[in-house]
Design a protein around this ligand. Sequence first.
Ligand code: PXP
Length: 248
Amino acid sequence: MSTLDPAPDPRLHVNIDHVATVRQARREAFPDPVEWALRCEAAGAHGITCHLRKDRRHVQDADIHRLRAAVTTLLNLECSLDDSMLTIAEGSGSEAFCLVPENRLEISTEGGLDVIRETPRLREAVPRLAETGGHVSIFIDPDHRQLDAAAALGAPFVELHTGAYANARGAVREAELSRLAEASRYARSLGLRVNAGHGLDFENTGPIAAIAEIEELNIGFAMVARALFDGVDACVTEMLRLIAGARQ
Ligand code: PXP
């Protein structure tokens, strides 16, 4: 059983949504995201993340039950603030939850939750999920005002959105990296624990993993894409190697 105890290197949580995306393209029973999750665990991943979206475009309700029964590391469920999704999350048996924004038209989660605007709903959602015994995280942009608002809500974790960093190039990427590093330090100073994710891949993860405050990386699309060519074991091993090398 994996834990959320701080470790020398960030933990790798593999997001399995896009295995389900491939399966749903044909409404087949394969490829099975649960089998994939178990292969990732066997290769050394520290946790499994999935996002049950309201439109059920990839992960399905039955996957959550099967994941809960099969995952032996740690199950992290991403969910929106929608009441019906929170009810499913409460009954999911997940050890961790990440509250994310959800927009029907987006291709993937586009930005962090606007914690300031969503404070009233978060005031209900955070304790609701915490009551299950799971660790609650809020997915946010690396912004001081958002971090202040997250700290005021009493959620133990934030997950910093790395999408702007991942999409940028050159000097802009360097600036986004500094922004993430600075936000991580600020979050810790507020007593928040810090995870990160979105858009991370085999080329851009190293500098993020090197940020001392970051405890966990949630990586999905790049893992699934790489595994098509190299296989699951090789892609998990390579990402773990990259992460371990980043702080040395
Ligand atoms: N973290 C969160 C909160 C997400 O919503 C996602 C995308 O589902 C990820 C991490 C993983 O992003 P990617 O698939 O780009 O690695």
